[in-house]
Design a protein around this ligand. Structure first.
Ligand SMILES: Cc1cc2nc3c(=O)[nH]c(=O)nc-3n(C[C@H](O)[C@H](O)[C@H](O)COP(=O)(O)OP(=O)(O)OC[C@H]3O[C@@H](n4cnc5c(N)ncnc54)[C@H](O)[C@@H]3O)c2cc1C
Length: 658
């Protein structure tokens, strides 16, 4: 290691071993809540986070709306209605368990966040009297103003609040520490030889020290893959929508350990902030998500109409926020690029229809034509709280004179996007594939749980917080039921340490950088696993990635622990790419809900293929099995069967934790 350039002690080669009851990997929203749930149940807890927990993860910079707070006092929908609507909207390629936990427990987690110091109400009365505000609770709602189950929130206050609570509960937080591998063994007796998890290996990304965390149960909360198809070495931080350090290492270490995955063949054409080619998310004129339901105009300033699900043109701004006649509720509004579903909200007319009717490009968002409170809540609250918008968008644009009362913001590409992407430029987005789990959020490995964006078909912050908490309490239950930490093979630890440090011993002049490997992998994935796939292409892809493993990986060169971390990430991206290729080979049909096309199996969703294909790596052999899409059963019944204790706790009031 080049010590004179590095501000931290050189501890590469040293090892530290520690233990706990419950180990949480990843300190985003899901991980923080998992740790809190386990600590509340009296377990000793360690949380391992690659960045700094106070601001790390997708929610670290904030988020602007909380979906599915179905049990808030103003809500007119039930958890069952919304959870089943999500399942149907995703045509059953959906995580019913995650959705139901989100809808059933999400509001409880919001109250927790408020208790920890996060802001969930308009306490300063900035929006008093606005149509989207309930003046009694001071809650502010988004999208469907009649049913009031999505709340506008001040997400940038949440991670600092969670971090304070972790500290208060005595959770041992290891920041700047990357988890790299799971400790897996076959437990003696009891489990019938089934694999079980006994913690994880990790590395301090400042000092290079190797860490062994041994635990009775482990919760994985390391988000989802990225940079599989999209990489630009000059704009690394802008390659994807989610933060740079989340690249799916949880998936990769799970794969190496034999964890089972679902829907890994799913990928969508890139949408947001990809490969440095788009404008920053939420920084261009649109009417999607944060910008819902901004007034849109064409190049001449002619207003573009909103229509309800039946195609009826809406005359007022207010009407955009209410279900159509005969429609009970609608889900998150403004997903205008997709075909209309019964449950989607009012949208502007389809792009082709707009061009046919003579609307002219470019289009703009014009907030000046909206009521004052709607304008101010989009520009200033939503843009500001929505992840990376506070400084790059809200502050920068304001400093440079953007005034939403006077100015419009342009849309790019063919209408609404922040850029246009090619068919082969794909992303893990829109409820993508991930780790399979049961009703306890336990994986196929005993004692190993999963939550948040790492689960298959995951989606939002509310789901991350509530599945995190749920997995944390199930992991705590499991830890308290076993006497000892599962066995660890010393040779596994030694092998992992050697793997992690290997790039330090490659000579710079013979070495290649992590960027070269990422570029090679993403090119390979675009070529062999793009918008249209077939057996021959996929096999070529596997062959090529195999050669990268043999020829490029041993030449990766790193000068310090930060380089090592980047290298480990790209090695994991390579592994994730292999999972995608195997999953794509296993699905022998095309599928609309999975955005999956095979030229050798062009038939879309033949009935005999409408099931999950689960796959795992069993000591180098790829095993697949089928699972019915409705495997989770009746959501309410199955949930209540397993969560009587939690229901009793919540019914008894929330004071005991406080
Ligand atoms: C720009 C943006 C805007 C969004 N807006 C909204 C919104 O308004 N409403 C909404 O509901 N949802 C929103 N989302 C989605 C929401 O933020 C995520 O679903 C949620 O934060 C996921 O939480 P998580 O804990 O599963 O993952 P994350 O919050 O991403 O946390 C994963 C954590 O794991 C850490 N990690 C990764 N690898 C390792 C490793 N190897 N070892 C240790 N730690 C590791 C990461 O550093 C990170 O802290 C938005 C997402 C983005 C990116």
């Amino acid at each position: 290691m080049t010590e004179y350039l590095w501000p931290y002690p050189n501890e590469a080669g040293q090892t530290e071993e520690t233990s706990c009851d419950v180990l949480v990997l990843g300190g985003g929203l899901a991980g923080c809540f998992a740790a809190i749930a386990a600590a509340r149940r009296g377990q000793s807890v360690i949380l391992v986070e690659k960045g700094a927990t106070e601001k790390s993860g997708s929610g670290g910079t904030g988020f602007d709306h909380w979906e599915s707070a179905c049990t808030n006092p103003c809500s007119k929908v039930t958890p069952e209605e919304i959870a089943w609507a999500y399942v149907r909207e995703q045509d059953w390629y959906s995580n019913g368990i995650g959705h139901y936990i989100e809808c059933r427990e999400g509001y409880d987690r919001l109250l927790d966040l408020e208790h920890f110091g996060g802001k969930i109400r308009d306490t300063e009365d900035e929006f008093k009297g606005a149509e989207f505000r309930d003046d009694e609770t001071k809650f502010m709602f988004a999208y469907d103003y009649r049913n009031r189950f999505t709340l506008r929130v001040w997400g940038s206050t949440f991670k600092p609040a969670l971090t304070r609570e972790l500290k208060r509960l005595g959770v041992r937080v290891y920041d700047r520490t990357e988890a790299t591998g799971l400790i897996v063994s076959r437990r003696e007796g009891g489990c019938g030889g089934k694999k079980c998890c006994g913690g994880a290996f990790a590395m301090d990304v400042h000092t290079g020290k190797f860490l062994i965390f041994r635990a009775k149960s482990t919760v994985m909360c390391m988000s989802r893959p990225a940079r599989v198809w999209l990489f630009n070495p000059d704009t690394v931080g802008l390659c994807e929508f989610r933060p740079l350090q989340s690249i799916g290492s949880g998936h990769a270490m799970g794969w190496r350990a034999g964890v089972e995955f679902a829907m890994m063949e799913k990928s969508v054409r890139a949408e947001f902030s990809a490969a440095g080619r788009s404008f920053p998310p939420y920084g261009t004129g649109n009417n999607h998500n944060t910008w819902y339901a901004a007034t849109m105009v064409d190049a001449r300033g002619v207003e573009i109409p909103y229509v309800d699900r039946d195609g009826r043109e809406l005359k007022t701004v207010s009407e955009r926020y209410y279900p159509a006649p005969g429609q009970k509720f609608f889900l998150k509004g403004g997903v205008i690029d997709n075909p209309k579903y019964e449950y989607r909200g009012p949208e502007t007319l389809d792009f082709d229809e707009l061009i046919r009717r003579g609307y002219q490009l470019p289009f703009y968002a014009d907030l000046s034509r909206m009521p004052e409170s709607e304008r101010r809540v989009i520009w200033g609250m939503m843009v500001g709280e929505e992840a990376k918008t506070k400084i790059p968008i809200y502050q920068n644009y304001t400093d440079r004179g953007f005034d939403p009362e006077k100015h419009m913001l342009q849309s790019y590409g063919t209408g609404w996007q922040s850029a246009n992407f090619l068919e082969q430029e794909r992303q893990f987005f829109g409820a993508p594939g991930g780790v399979m789990h049961d009703w306890d959020l336990q994986t196929n490995i005993d004692g190993l749980y999963v939550a948040g964006d790492e689960t298959f078909a995951s989606d939002c912050a509310g789901a991350a917080c509530s599945t995190g908490y749920y997995a944390g309490r199930k992991a705590a239950e499991s830890a308290s039921a076993i006497d000892s930490i599962p066995h660890m093979e010393r040779s596994d630890a030694e092998a992992e340490k050697k793997r992690l440090l290997a790039p330090l011993y490659v000579k710079e002049e013979d070495g290649i950088s992590w960027k070269e490997l990422n570029m090679a992998v993403s090119k390979a994935m675009q070529n062999y696993c793009g918008g249209v796939r077939c057996e021959a292409l996929l096999m070529e892809g596997l062959d090529l990635l195999g050669r990268f493993e043999q020829e490029m990986v041993p030449r990766l060169y790193g000068a310090n622990p930060h380089d090592l971390m980047r290298i480990h990430e790209v090695m994991d991206i390579l592994t994730v790419s292999q999972i995608v290729l195997h999953a794509s080979l296993a699905r022998k049909c095309s599928s609309e809900p999975l955005f999956f096309r095979r030229s050798d199996y062009p038939e879309m969703d033949p009935p005999q293929m409408r099931h999950h294909i689960l796959l795992c790596n069993q000591d180098g052999e790829i095993k697949t099995r089928e699972l019915s899409l409705d495997y989770f059963g009746d959501l309410k019944t199955e949930y209540e069967r397993r969560n009587a204790d939690y229901m009793k706790e919540e019914a008894g009031g929330r004071k005991e934790w406080q």
